[in-house]
Design a binder for this molecule. Structure first.
Ligand code: PLP
Length: 341
């Protein structure tokens, strides 16, 4: 991709900064399958400590860390409760069925967020005809919900429902730090509610690759075995883990800037007659509808002529994602371009 594009297609398009690359270059590495990569061990421990969990596991992608968690928490034939829009159901290639042999009970939440009441209704009764419900998976922020955030009290109620019904609770926290920054919450508040959390390093945090799965020691021991089975046991991962450590130290607080940029662009969009409904913008994602003179595709094409990239996620909806490679100057150029239409 041309380096001059202003690229809002995803927060995965970021490139490591010179400072991050410098930090990676000096990482102490070893064979991580032998447990000898001290930088990877350090990242796993730091992420686990942040979330008040016993242990962590570095994984190649967020998809793999979600799929590992699902595999550890379930038996073939079990059923998983999640929102209809959730990444684990929509965008992981049917991995729930493929990897774990489980079915899914979909719940229509509010912009990707479900409630304890909906969870309770979705649990199957103890009956040999019914799949055994064993896991609830939440997503925060909810990607297809436009970066929406859960309220902690709603999560606590879901946790209670899970405990009462002997269900595990997993969090797809690909963008958990966006939620924590927006809600001014602490990672340990989340760690206390979930049995496992998957955290992406290659989204807002800006590393080239990787995800960390956190949980208790027994869970991570099993997860390490499943990671090997899935082919995700890698060797000198310390270079990538170093990028993760650099990101924890330097790229979390600044997510606030991305949220601020999202608000500025939303304000410009709101002035235009051809913009329909805009999902409430809570973090770094803007999902808006086009009407009158534009379809989603024609608007995306028009912006591309100006060097600005975004994605049509349906015939009428466009998604823009803010990230650390989008500068204030780029935001101002985008706003001027929107105003000129
Ligand atoms: C990006 C993302 C993932 C993981 O994606 P990978 O590309 O496999 O790292 C998981 N869940 C959500 C909500 C995501 O946005």
């Amino acid at each position: 991709m041309n380096q001059d594009w202003i690229d809002y297609r995803s927060d995965t398009v970021t490139r490591p900064s010179t400072a991050m690359l410098e930090y990676m270059l000096h990482a102490k590495v070893g064979d991580d399958v032998f447990g000898e990569d001290i930088t990877t061990n350090e990242l796993e421990n730091r992420m686990a400590t942040l979330f008040n969990k016993e242990a962590g596991l570095f994984c190649p992608s967020g998809t793999m860390s979600n799929q590992i968690a699902i595999k550890v928490h379930t038996q073939p034939g079990d059923e998983i409760i999640c929102d209809t829009l959730s990444h684990i159901y929509q965008y992981e290639g049917g991995g729930i069925a493929f990897n774990s042999g489980c079915s899914v009970k979909l719940v229509n939440g509010d912009r990707g967020r479900i409630t304890a009441e909906q969870v309770l209704t979705a649990i199957n009764p103890t009956d040999i005809h019914k799949p055994n419900t064993s896991l609830v998976s939440l997503e925060n922020t909810a990607n297809r919900g436009g970066g929406s955030c859960y309220h902690l009290t709603d999560i606590q109620q879901i946790k209670e429902a899970c405990i009462k019904n002997n269900l595990k609770l997993h969090l797809d926290g690909a963008r958990i730090f966006n939620a924590l920054i927006a809600q001014q919450q602490k990672p340990e508040q989340y760690g206390n509610e979930f049995d496992s959390i998957s955290i992406c390093l290659s989204k807002g945090l800006g590393t080239p690759a990787g995800s960390v799965l956190v949980g208790n020691k027994e869970f991570i021991y099993k997860a390490r075995r499943i990671r090997k089975v899935f082919g995700g046991g890698m060797r000198q991962t310390g270079y990538l883990a170093a990028a993760g450590i650099y990101a924890i130290e330097n790229n979390i607080e600044r997510l606030q800037e991305d949220h601020h940029h999202a608000q500025q662009i939303t304000h410009a969009l709101l002035q235009k007659k051809f913009i329909g409904n805009i999902f409430p913008v809570e973090t770094n994602i803007i999902i808006f509808e086009l009407k009158d003179i534009y379809t989603a595709a024609s608007f995306v094409a028009k912006m591309k002529e100006q060097g600005i990239l975004m994605i049509a996620i349906s015939p009428t909806q466009v998604r823009m994602v803010l990230h650390l490679d989008i500068s204030e100057e780029m935001v101002q150029k985008t706003i001027r371009t929107i105003q000129s239409l």
